[in-house]
Design a protein around this ligand. Sequence first.
Ligand SMILES: [Zn+2]
Length: 72
Amino acid sequence: MNDTIRTVNCPGCGKPVAWQAQSRYRPFCSARCRQLDLGAWASEAYRVPTSPPDGDSAGGGDHHAPGDTEGR
Ligand SMILES: [Zn+2]
């Protein structure tokens, strides 16, 4: 069996990266991609979408406006 090395896609550029000891920047293909991703990650590190609000600004979340829209 020659095909035991699995590859992952670099989150930075999408290039396939061999998942092995030599790939020290895995899952990134290079230090550069890792830097880029870390930078992007750090900017929104504290914006973890725990639970997506389902219409929190409307109060009800329904599209049925209790008004005089039944004029038909
Ligand atoms: Zn990359």
